[in-house]
Design a protein around this ligand. Structure first.
Ligand code: UFG
Length: 327
């Protein structure tokens, strides 16, 4: 199939592009390279463009004629979204509407959407199922709830089908060593811990030790980026094969606390990097762990890398490589 991938030069998008290419799909990446990189596009071609620019989207749809669109392009940092909500509503909501309008105009009706566990806010039951109430506690999560709602309304009203994948905490790097996280500012826990181990930061802060969890730090479900990329390939097959819209969690169902991640990072790297406990970070829910049985049953997806040590090991290999090449 011909797949247009927005944000395909980014961390998750780049891994998905590689997996889609391996699965035999033809790819066109549409990315403004604000956080992505040309080198991350390992399959198909790259069109540099912005989702703010409706004419540019229409042009790429007209020229590439995709069968489906995978939409990764978005801002993703929870804490930043609390400080700068308009930045998030503009890019994640308004720009996604530009894309959907252009798709409707051009008759492209298959859509794979990057949603998030942040839509649940503070879930009552862990692991959380897709049927749990959507009560986000930060603007980032709200932007994703809004678009999920738009997608449901659009699917009800028109010949439009979608799969929204609610990612839990995506981490690790390409098992083949070609891709990994390369944001200018590292804010994610595992990347930040590994960069601290490398000496890029003097210490790692643990944000909050008074959460209602066994060791007082936040619990997250870390999913290897290659498993997530595979979930996209399978979700696409499901969507095009059955024509049925779905919303599905992507995680492993195992939660690790910040302290457990830090201990594992120290063990994997063999470096006892400095850590300081400090206050809570705005917008953080105490625990997010996925029930992904729907994804497995619906698409046949099976986790391959459900192992925190392996996740951190691949991220560490990538960090060492990046440091060598100054990416
Ligand atoms: N944390 C620290 N120190 C750091 C960085 C993070 O203690 O230096 C803590 C955070 O406070 C949080 C946990 O580690 O409790 C995980 O934080 P991340 O920044 O790695 O990830 P988030 O859970 O905030 O968010 C990520 C994505 C979101 C997505 C969410 C889904 O960035 O887009 O996972 O669970 F919605």
């Amino acid at each position: 199939m011909r797949i247009l991938v927005t944000g395909g030069a980014g961390y998750i998008g780049g891994h998905a592009v590689k997996a889609l290419g391996k699965a035999g799909h033809e790819i066109c990446v549409f990315d403004n390279l604000s956080t992505g990189h040309e080198w991350a596009v390992l399959s198909g071609k790259l069109v540099k463009g912005d989702l703010e620019d409706r004419a540019a989207i229409e042009k790429v749809l007209e020229e590439f004629k995709p069968d489906a669109v995978m939409h990764f392009a978005a801002f993703i940092q929870v804490e930043e979204s609390v400080r700068e909500p308009l930045k998030y509503y503009r890019n994640n909501v308004a720009n996604t509407l530009n894309l959907l309008e252009a798709m409707r105009e051009r008759g492209v009706g298959n859509f794979i959407y990057s949603s998030t566990a942040a839509v649940y806010g503070i879930p009552e039951h862990i692991p959380v199922r897709e049927t749990a109430p959507l009560l986000p506690i930060n603007p980032y999560g709200m932007t994703k709830v809004m678009i999920e709602r738009v997608l449901a309304d659009l699917a009800a009203a028109t010949d439009f089908r979608y799969v929204a994948l609610r990612y839990f905490n995506v981490a690790g790097a390409d098992s083949g060593g070609q891709l990994g996280q390369a944001y200018k500012e590292a804010t994610h826990l595992i990347t930040r811990a590994l960069k601290t181990a490398h000496g890029e930061f003097p210490k790692l802060f643990i944000y909050g030790t008074d959460y209602p969890t066994p060791d007082g730090t936040c619990i997250r479900d870390y999913i290897h980026v290659d498993d997530l990329a595979d979930a996209h390939v399978k979700a696409l097959d499901h969507l095009v094969g059955t024509g049925r819209s779905e919303v599905m969690n992507c995680g492993y169902g195992s939660g690790y606390s910040v302290k457990e991640v830090v201990e594992t990072a120290k063990r994997v790297t063999g470096i006892d990097f400095p850590v300081e406990e400090t206050g809570r970070r705005a917008g953080d829910p105490p625990a997010l762990v996925a029930d992904s049985s729907k994804l497995m049953q619906t698409t046949g997806w099976k986790p391959k890398y459900n192992d925190l040590e392996y996740i951190i090991k691949t991220a560490w290999e990538w960090e060492k490589k990046v440091r060598g090449t100054r990416r």
